[in-house]
Design a protein around this ligand. Structure first.
Ligand code: C2E
Ligand code: MG
Ligand code: MG
Ligand code: MG
Length: 286
């Protein structure tokens, strides 16, 4: 409980902090029932090959349709779900959705597609998170393990627990691909990148944002791309919003791009329609 001695103007909790703490508690409570109430939906954002702009794969991004607050950003509820371990249930929901969508794409086009899913460090370090069922789930759906790219963050690479490490190894050995998300925002050991057999490196949006010709940011991206290629990784640039960013990244040798320039994350139905047209329309209203 907040306690204050008004005369000195000292308060442990400001009114603002109290409101935020209450909102957080409410969100935590709502999160518990959100899965059962079918309030989550997996959106899909295309990842395109920069040289021909064809859709190469898609990233699955979770959306929460909150009955009162509307669409809640994953940046605000994923940390809560991690704290309470509900991320494990959510992660299984995401994975099941991805399999369902891959199955529908295969049925509609006869083609193999690839979806990347974000995997929380909590899922990897929790014994019964369900991750160990992933290969069986894919096999049961008659999908190759390479249909899934697991996106993990740099934090995981710093000092991974034995369980995390062995699970990642097993997923990779089964054929699942691995992407290092948000590259450049933390610290990763290059040796570990290589040891883990990482397939993709995703350059964080904050680098892409400030790319201009002859800029330091461009030089940094070029260096990252050269390094990644030397380690045998493909590079995906996140958050491409302008044709100039796309041009410069393509020239720098970047393999894939993802961003509002190509398409925003969208519901499954919309994505299936876009995919069947087999082309990306670059929006010119930027
Ligand atoms: P992330 O994995 O780095 O995903 C990329 C984020 O950048 C997404 O935000 C995407 O909508 C956004 N983005 C893509 N292109 C652009 C662009 O051109 N401009 C701008 N302004 N933004 C762009 P989103 O969907 O809000 O997700 C935020 C983060 O939440 C994700 O970052 C990821 O860390 C986490 N997240 C999302 N879905 C899941 C999930 O299913 N499981 C877990 N564990 N985390 C998730
Ligand atoms: Mg991601
Ligand atoms: Mg990212
Ligand atoms: Mg991010």
């Amino acid at each position: 409980k907040a306690k204050s001695n008004g005369r000195n103007g000292f308060e442990f909790f400001s009114a603002d902090m109290r409101i935020r703490a209450q909102a957080r508690m409410q969100l935590l409570k709502d999160l518990r029932s959100a899965i059962d109430l079918h309030q989550f939906e997996l959106f899909y954002q295309p990842i395109v090959a920069l040289n021909d702009l064809h859709i190469h794969k898609a990233e699955g991004l979770i959306r929460w349709h909150h009955p009162v607050n509307g669409l809640v950003s994953p940046d605000s509820f994923i940390p809560l779900a991690e704290e309470t371990r509900q991320i494990n249930v959510l992660g299984q929901f995401v994975f099941a959705q991805a399999i369902q969508t891959l199955t529908e794409i295969k049925a509609a086009s006869g083609q193999q597609f690839q979806i990347s899913v974000n995997v929380s460090p909590v899922q990897l370090s929790t014994a019964d998170s369900g991750i160990d069922d992933w290969c069986d789930m894919l096999a049961a759906a008659q999908l190759p393990a390479s249909s899934i790219v697991a996106e993990i963050t740099e934090g995981l690479m710093v000092n991974p627990e034995a369980l995390t490490q062995s699970r990642l190894k097993r997923l990779v050995q089964s054929g699942m691909e691995l992407a290092l998300d948000d590259f450049g925002t933390g610290y990763s050991s290059l040796a570990y990148l290589q040891e883990m057999d990482t397939d993709y490196l995703k350059i964080d949006k904050r680098f892409v944002d400030n790319i201009k010709a002859d800029s330091q940011e461009l030089a940094l991206c070029e260096a990252i791309i050269v390094m990644a290629h030397q380690l045998g990784l493909k590079v995906i640039a996140e958050g491409i919003e302008t044709p100039l960013q796309m041009e410069l990244l393509l020239k720098a040798g970047c393999d894939y791009g993802q961003g509002y320039l190509f398409a925003k994350p969208m519901p499954k139905k919309e994505f299936m329609t876009l995919l069947s047209s087999n082309k990306v329309v670059i929006s010119n209203n930027k």
